[in-house]
Design a protein around this ligand. Structure first.
Ligand code: ADP
Length: 232
């Protein structure tokens, strides 16, 4: 009986992993698809589209490579000093195409001076891709998503505010449980992955949501204070 339990647990793990992989790869695929549609419908085929499509394909390649690394023991993600503002900019540019197709505008408020944190760029990108995508999914049609970046002495705060369906207290409680989804094609893994990444970066995430009004997710991450910066 014990062996049976172990085998079924392994199966569940494999299933969870497979769903996670599908989720991580679907976002860049959706983006590439969006650009192809855009290029087909207009007769513009700008270099910039190719650049973004290429970087999305690289993302998929990277995820697949990471999975290969995962299959080997004792692999670690590389943490390094990261300028967070350009990372957020890149994610917004990426998501803007899907947003425009839905008549949603993404507004971004950020500080003038650079902000550094310690982390892994692709994981951080995944967090903000997930949050922006969920915000867009929650909005029936036109509206805006507001990304606001502020800092205090020790932290950077990044909030993503949508004008979508919002969530009830019960829905908020279920959010982040594996496979909890209200979407036909959802996996219910996105927020769990988001939480995981933020916690691995020593940060936290807060939810403020009002049904029928919208939701604000606020991510807090510890700032990297460099020696040069503090002596200025
Ligand atoms: P998925 O997007 O695959 O459903 P998530 O874990 O990212 O998985 O989200 C789980 C559920 O939480 C969503 O199906 C949705 O019901 C709810 N949710 C997440 N983000 C938002 C949001 N910004 N506004 C309203 N509901 C949300």
């Amino acid at each position: 009986k014990e062996e049976f339990m172990m085998q079924s647990e392994k199966l569940t793990m494999a299933g969870q992993l497979a769903a996670g992989i599908a989720h991580e790869i679907r976002n860049p695929l959706t983006s590439i698809n969006g650009f192809m549609k855009l290029m087909r419908s207009s007769d513009r085929s700008s270099e910039a589209y190719f650049d973004i499509m290429e970087s999305e394909l690289k993302r998929i390649e990277l995820i697949v490579n990471e999975l290969l690394v995962l299959s080997k023991p004792q692999s670690k993600h590389k943490s390094q000093a990261v300028d967070i503002l350009p990372v957020i900019d890149q994610v917004v540019t990426l998501m803007d195409v899907q947003a425009t197709l839905k008549n949603i505008e993404i507004l971004c408020d950020k500080p003038d001076s650079p902000v550094q944190i310690v982390g892994e760029v692709n994981q951080l990108k995944q967090v903000f891709i997930n949050l922006l995508k969920n915000g867009m999914d929650a909005m029936a049609s036109s509206g805006s998503i507001h990304v606001m970046i502020t800092t205090n002495e020790h932290e950077v705060l990044i909030s993503v505010k949508d004008e979508g369906s919002g969530m009830t207290a019960e829905q908020i409680q279920q959010l982040g449980q594996p496979f909890y989804t209200t979407k036909e094609t959802g996996t219910g893994l996105g927020y769990m992955i988001t939480q995981n990444i933020i916690h691995n970066h020593g940060g936290s995430i807060q939810i403020d949501s009002v049904p029928d009004r919208g939701t604000t997710f606020t991510v807090k991450l510890p700032k990297l204070v460099s020696v040069e910066a503090s002596s200025n």
